[in-house]
Design a protein around this ligand. Sequence first.
Ligand code: HEM
Ligand code: HEM
Length: 125
Amino acid sequence: MKGVARNFFALAIIYAICGMVLGLSMAISQDHGQMPVHAHTMVAGFLMSSVFAFFYHLFPAAAASRLAPVHFWLTTLSGIALLVSLYFFLAGNPAIEPVTAIASVLFFVGMLLFAWIALPVLRRA
Ligand code: HEM
Ligand code: HEM
């Protein structure tokens, strides 16, 4: 595994560790107030990044696209901004909501970019 695939898999591992630490702290404290942050860190972070990693690994033509690193950085930066800002929002800081909103839209744009990269490769495969 190399390039964008390796980067996405490293990102997935970081998400898994952070998400599980948050899950354990929720379980130990019996305060599940951060459940949406935990859930999205695990599925939108860990699981999706893993799927992207394996896709780019299985389809080198997609990994060779000049847009693939753009997809990686857009997804990474917007995902981290989304989760960190949602954490502070749920911790009682409503002023941060616009950051969460913009990050959510950019995360979605990252998914559209992935579709743009992946679908032609799948059609040719
Ligand atoms: C150290 C391991 C983990 C701990 C301690 C943990 C803990 C928790 C806790 C306390 C909740 C809140 C439950 C509730 O309030 O109803 C939760 C929810 C959730 N967890 Fe975890 N979790 C762990 C690992 C995972 C993993 C590996 C995934 C997925 C890959 C995951 C996905 C989710 C999801 C999607 C929810 C939301 C479920 C719902 O909508 O009701 N968790 N977890
Ligand atoms: C633009 C990105 C996304 C936005 C804005 C978003 C928004 C939301 C919202 C508003 C909820 C309801 C939360 C609640 O009632 O407390 C939710 C729940 C959930 N979403 Fe997402 N979501 C996004 C991406 C994703 C992705 C990519 C996945 C899976 C790969 C996912 C999985 C889930 C799950 C499992 C739940 C139920 C657990 C929970 O209540 O936190 N979401 N999402």
